[in-house]
Ligand binder design. Structure first.
Ligand code: FAD
Ligand code: NAP
Length: 344
């Protein structure tokens, strides 16, 4: 039997954007429900040191995200361990169906589904995922103790992964398709100074090689982008770190997107092409894609989604019955987030 529940604000995603939206919406007594998805805590749970979260010179990604979850829950957000499999934005209230068979209806939806790792698209890469090919150094680096490793990419993720993997590897080869990195300078300095990291410039990987059954990675074949010369690089682990693509499948065909799938929002806001639906974080951001900017957009989404700020909805919303569920549900009245009376 389908379990159907209503919430005023449904937040989809549990990265910095989702948890920040949950903190703000909970403090506005909107009794938000947050559905965590397959990766509770989001992308930062796949990294170690985070050095640019204001207030913490060093914090471990998973610790930071555990603190954000605890913060959202302490403010009164209901955190649900589930995955939204279908979202209908064509009717009111909006309807979300989940992997567990639950059905949620919501007056407003905040989308914070972030981004997922991109892959090269090689058949050998696909076949060897889980057998030596990975997109998460934090998760899988430990398996390659005392081995050689290849990292592919030239952004912050690739450089951080290469540095992190030196904790395990005898040698790390970073393969990049150009002759300069786009990673931050501070990370590049660390990379170039590291005695066990080598960079193979101007090369693209054309095949991940393997041997045995079950297969084990033996290395990669990489082609020079101008000369076409092919180089073989031995490695037991191959980490693909070529960026992330927005996780916008749920809203494909329902919301306007741009730049290859990023959800389009009105400039300076989190309002999408469907009134009552807001998007925050990496899902909508093809430029900055940082934890702190995602958190900022999560805040904006909760503010944009508050009844006071939704044009034409304030009076209707304020008359609406108290939410049926959520930790702040009893007798709660929606209060504008910018109102002093709304502060809890
Ligand atoms: P994400 O963190 O991507 O979270 C998305 C959430 O949506 C996840 O919880 C997922 O489970 C959920 N979700 C997806 N689909 C569904 C669904 N169908 N139903 C329910 N939930 C769903 N940024 C920095 O500022 N500093 C750093 O040091 C830093 N290091 C990084 C290191 C790595 C290895 C990576 C990959 C990224 C790093 N970033 C860093 C970038 C930062 O992690 C992202 O900008 C940030 O996490 C984006 O937050 P978000 O909330 O938009 O989404
Ligand atoms: P990114 O910045 O988009 O970089 C992706 C890299 O992969 C680029 O160097 C790109 O090459 C390369 N690439 C893309 N497609 C490729 C392909 N098909 N084959 C080979 N190479 C390919 O992605 P990211 O490094 O994952 O970072 C994503 C966001 O998270 C960024 O905004 C980043 O700042 C943020 N982040 C921040 C931190 C931090 O603050 N410490 C850490 C990690 C991530 P080109 O350079 O030629 O385009």
């Amino acid at each position: 039997m389908t379990d159907s529940r209503h919430t005023r604000v449904l937040i989809i995603g549990s990265g910095p954007a989702g948890y920040t939206a949950a903190v703000y919406a909970a403090r506005a007594m909107l009794a938000p429900v947050l559905i965590q998805g397959l990766q509770p805590g989001g992308q930062l749970t796949t990294t170690t040191e985070v050095e640019n979260w204001p207030g913490d010179t060093h914090v471990q990604g998973p610790d930071l995200m555990a603190r954000m979850e605890a913060h959202a829950a302490a403010m009164g957000a209901e955190i649900v361990s589930d995955i939204v499999t279908r979202l209908d934005l064509s009717r009111r209230p909006f309807v979300a169906e989940t992997d567990s068979g639950a059905r949620w209806t919501a007056d407003a939806v905040i989308l914070a589904t972030g981004a997922r790792a991109k892959w090269l698209g090689l058949p050998s890469e696909e076949r060897l995922k889980g057998f030596g090919v990975s997109a998460c150094a934090t998760c899988d680096g430990f398996f390659y103790r005392g081995q050689e490793i290849v990292v592919i990419g030239g952004g912050n993720t690739a450089v951080e992964e290469a540095l992190f993997l030196t904790n395990f590897a005898t040698k790390v080869t970073l393969i990049h398709r150009r002759d300069s990195l786009r990673a931050e300078k501070i990370l590049q300095d660390r990379l170039f100074r590291h005695p066990r990291i080598e960079v193979l410039w101007d090369h693209e990987v054309i095949e991940v090689t393997s041997a045995g059954e079950p297969p084990g990675v033996t290395g990669v074949r990489a082609r020079h982008v101008r000369t076409g010369a092919v180089t073989e690089v031995p490695a037991r682990g191959v980490f693909v770190a070529i960026g992330h693509a927005p996780a916008s499948e749920l809203v494909q065909g329902q919301l306007e997107t741009h730049h290859g799938g990023y959800v389009k929002v009105e400039p300076g806001s989190t309002r999408t092409s469907v009134p009552g639906v807001f998007a925050a974080g990496d899902l909508t951001d093809h430029v900055y894609r940082q934890a702190v900017t995602s958190a900022g957009m999560g805040c904006m989404a909760a503010l944009d989604g508050s009844p006071r700020r939704r044009p034409g909805r304030a009076r209707r919303q304020n008359r609406a019955a108290a939410p049926q569920h959520g930790r702040h549900s009893a007798g709660a009245r929606p209060i504008g987030l910018n109102s002093r009376a709304g502060r809890v």
